[in-house]
Design a protein around this ligand. Structure first.
Ligand SMILES: Nc1nc2c(c(=O)[nH]1)N[C@H]1C(S)=C(S)[C@@H](COP(=O)(O)OP(=O)(O)OC[C@H]3O[C@@H](n4cnc5c(=O)[nH]c(N)nc54)[C@H](O)[C@@H]3O)O[C@H]1N2
Ligand SMILES: Nc1nc2c(c(=O)[nH]1)N[C@H]1C(S)=C(S)[C@@H](COP(=O)(O)OP(=O)(O)OC[C@H]3O[C@@H](n4cnc5c(=O)[nH]c(N)nc54)[C@H](O)[C@@H]3O)O[C@H]1N2
Ligand code: SF4
Ligand SMILES: [Mo]
Length: 728
């Protein structure tokens, strides 16, 4: 048999690397980086080849499963979907619409049918009990974008290819390959910047893989970045360094912001962060003096108690130094399918309703997932009785996972659209497995909004859809239709309808994603009215991708709303400064608590959140789930390298092997999330041989960025002691 060559993009992480697949006799024989991909230029990481492992994994589910007592039974799609629809409608009729909750996990953003067609399910479901991985991740970014620029997806990215200075906080692109920043081949882009004389300054409590390639690295006490960032902003705004340039013409509130941060001196920041005041002043001056500079902060500064303040200060630093919308500063991409201009995404809304038990605010129609367990466990009107999860594993990925684990066991109905029987889906009454990543086509609707270069690429399916299987989007359409039949309703709210195209409703929901893509391309900025004339046919004719050029200035036109102005000093952010002073800057807050350590997370290039540990080639070799701890902290506790320790927090404890390393700040320990596969009923044979412990058995559902409701996963106070002593 001859060998076929296919091109496509990897959909495992935000780098969307171009790949070349060679296929023989229906089997993948090789997966390589595609040198001709205009964005990734041949870059690849070890996870790409694991796409083959996922595809061939005997543990991957292929038929709907129904739990009958203690057993799983394979059932037909019709039976599963009919029974699910009956029960969802019955529960909503008896207990109210919001008694059915939904949780959407991270791969929803990496699988485009989930974006184009989730309305088919959520239209009829109507529930306000919606949760997602956003609130354990980037919620503060979206909230700040909404407040400052009018739209939650207006997220400027460092224009690294032309930058001269990047101040980076709480991000590790050497392992993560970038986030809210589609920057494949980060290493070589950075090298090029350094060759131009540019500098990368990194702030992270761990000397990470990115610290190794940075020009300067500072440890910081976990959770204290707001103090550093506000001090930097203070120096820039109040020591005559600000030069917003043309941004001043359409920015309101810079004086107000300057007044609000006037008391936050580098000296005060030094006492809480551990970074010397002199360094803070110098960094502020370098940032202001650089011809083109970017401040960028990610997971480490979003998932902490002042995540929104951090993200606000980052935007303000970029504005005050005139680097927003400047080549080499931070810029807004112009994607070929424009979700912002096309009106296919909502700008956002905040605190329009709140969670029942704790009163946490919604954002953009979603509630903070830290509240999910208590909404299931607390009786009363509006109690969550049923849950639909889509591409999520919240037992391992959300704080106080053990509590959620317990709560899920009490649901009247749980339905999981997922490819695996894992720590979360083991609680399901029905598991609905969609096709795998190589069995459906793909286009990155979201990540082109965050990419360092404007490009477009369509990835056809590598393998045909297996008989008797459904794509994610088809599951939504079929289940949604059954719900509507039972509720006697017409469909509403599809993406196409919002495009303003008048066609028959039923047709709209059934149109496959590629039809929607074709329309989006033709109506988009490089569509039929432009010289590029992009369409699906044109992308298919260029399977390795189309280059649409470097980032270009976009402001003020791209700001959302009629006024086209930046609101630099949102009242809610300024009001949060009181909490900041009380809980971070005060002497009591800064005082060390004897015996306690700060827990942070970490990522590894061979691991992807919770769901790729079932690939032998990714998990082989030395274990990667140990607790990192500084030798000084070991010595103080009489511990020795490699021994098993017990780590305890307010919510729980785990026993895990510890690894001594000087690459972590004294007083800080690091445990990666996504492990903890040794739970009964899980069917992940390889992962279970390397189970590890879940960091989220230690993180706290009560630890939040109170303003956004985002989980504070970093900076959790823990105790570490010898596991042997405990057991004795
Ligand atoms: N302590 C701590 N916790 C964290 C983090 C941290 O840094 N520290 N990081 C947080 C972040 S940034 C994130 S994004 C979350 C992730 O949190 P989640 O999204 O809840 O978890 P994932 O591990 O991504 O789980 C993805 C699930 O989707 C399934 N899946 C994979 N592909 C598909 C598909 O195409 N369709 C369907 N239907 N299912 C699919 C997998 O089998 C798996 O069950 O974790 C968060 N949790
Ligand atoms: N290989 C791999 N790649 C991934 C993923 C994966 O699981 N594996 N997950 C993907 C997802 S869902 C996301 S959201 C992105 C995340 O992308 P990144 O944010 O780049 O990834 P992290 O490794 O979580 O980086 C967070 C860094 O913050 C540091 N940190 C922790 N606490 C603090 C603090 O208080 N202050 C400061 N300044 N730093 C702190 C940590 O030490 C860590 O180095 O990665 C994506 N890419
Ligand atoms: S960095 Fe790795 S996982 Fe991410 S898109 Fe590229 S090949 Fe895939
Ligand atoms: Mo994430």
């Amino acid at each position: 048999m001859s060998e076929e060559v296919h091109y496509g993009a990897c959909n495992l992480c935000e780098a969307i690397c171009g790949l070349e697949f060679r296929v023989r006799d229906g089997h993948v024989v090789s997966i390589r980086g595609d040198d001709r991909d205009p964005l990734s230029r041949g870059h690849i990481c070890p996870k790409a080849v694991a796409l083959q492992d996922l595809h061939e994994d005997p543990d991957r589910l292929r038929r709907p499963l129904k739990r009958v007592g203690e057993r799983w039974e394979e059932v037909s799609w019709d039976q599963a979907l009919d029974e699910i629809a009956d029960r969802l409608v019955a529960i909503q009729r008896q207990h109210g619409t919001n008694s059915v909750a939904a949780y959407l996990g991270n791969p929803s953003v990496h699988n485009w049918g989930n974006l184009t067609h989730s309305a088919a399910l959520f239209g009829p479901l109507k529930t306000r009990s919606r949760y997602s991985a956003t609130s354990v991740d980037q919620l503060p970014h979206q909230l700040v974008a909404y407040w400052l620029y009018g739209h939650q997806l207006l997220l400027p990215v460092p224009d690294i290819d032309r930058s001269q200075y990047i101040l980076m906080l709480g991000a590790n692109p050497m392992a993560s390959n970038g986030s809210l920043w589609t920057v494949p081949d980060f290493r070589n882009r950075l090298k090029a910047m350094q060759a131009r004389g540019g500098r990368l300054v990194l702030i992270d409590p761990r000397r990470t893989e990115t610290a190794e390639v940075a020009d300067e690295h500072h440890f910081i006490r976990p959770g204290s970045d707001a103090a550093l960032l506000l001090a930097l902003l203070n120096v820039v705004l109040n020591e005559g360094l600000a030069k917003p340039g043309r941004l001043a013409d359409f920015t309101d509130g810079l004086e107000q912001a300057a007044a609000a941060v006037r008391d936050y001196t580098p000296e005060r920041a030094a006492t809480v962060t551990g970074i010397a005041a002199g360094d803070i002043r110098r960094i502020a001056r370098e940032l202001a003096a650089a011809p083109a500079a970017a401040v960028y902060g990610r997971m480490g500064v979003s998932t902490q108690a002042f995540g929104t303040l951090c993200q606000w200060a980052i935007q303000l630093l970029n504005i005050a130094t005139g680097n927003l919308d400047r080549e080499g500063g931070v810029m807004l991409p112009h994607p070929a399918v424009d979700l912002i201009k096309g009106g296919n995404s909502k700008p956002g809304h905040y605190a329009a309703w709140k969670t029942r038990v704790r009163g946490l605010p919604e954002f953009g129609g979603e509630l903070p997932v830290s509240a999910l367990a208590e909404e299931i466990l607390t009786p009363g009107e509006g109690q969550v009785r049923a849950l639909v999860t889509i591409a999520g594993n919240p037992v391992l990925s959300t704080p106080n996972g053990r509590q959620l684990d317990e709560a899920l066991g009490r649901l009247e109905l749980m339905v999981c659209v997922d490819t695996y029987l894992n720590e979360t889906t083991r609680h399901a009454h029905f598991i609905l497995p969609p096709t795998g990543g190589l069995e459906h086509d793909h286009y990155d609707l979201v990540f082109h909004h965050l990419a360092v270069r404007n490009t477009a690429k369509y990835s056809p399916a590598i393998f045909p859809k297996p008989k008797g299987s459904l794509h994610d989007w088809e599951i939504f359409v079929k289940l949604g239709r059954r719900l509507r039949e039972r509720l006697d309703e017409r469909p509403r709210g599809s993406l196409l309808q919002r495009l303003g195209i008048r066609l028959k409703d039923e047709f709209l929901l059934r149109a496959p994603p590629h039809r929607i893509l074709d329309l989006g391309l033709r109506l988009g900025p490089y569509g039929r009215k432009s010289p590029q004339k992009l369409s699906l046919a044109k992308l298919k004719a260029h399977p390795q991708g189309i280059d649409l050029g470097p980032l270009r200035p976009a402001l003020p036109q791209r700001l959302h709303g009629k006024a086209k102005r930046i609101a630099a000093a949102p009242a809610a952010v300024l009001a949060d400064l009181q909490r900041f002073e009380r809980e971070l800057l005060s002497q009591e807050a800064a005082a060390p608590r004897p015996g306690e350590l700060w827990l942070i997370g970490r990522r590894h290039v061979r691991s992807n959140n919770s769901w790729m540990h079932n690939s032998q080639r990714l998990v082989k070799g030395k274990p990667r789930h140990q607790l990192f701890m500084h030798p000084q902290d070991l010595a103080e506790r009489g511990l020795s390298d490699g021994q098993k320790v017990r780590v305890s927090s307010r919510v729980g404890s785990v026993e895990v092997e510890m690894q001594a390393t000087e690459d972590i700040m004294p007083g800080v320990v690091s445990l990666p999330h996504g492990w903890g596969h040794a739970r009964p009923g899980v069917k992940l044979r390889i992962a279970q041989a390397h189970p590890g412990q879940s960091a989220n058995d230690l993180t706290d559902d009560q630890a939040l960025d109170a303003l956004s409701g985002n989980a504070a996963l970093n900076g959790i106070r823990v105790k570490v002691e010898s596991a042997a002593v405990q057991a004795a």
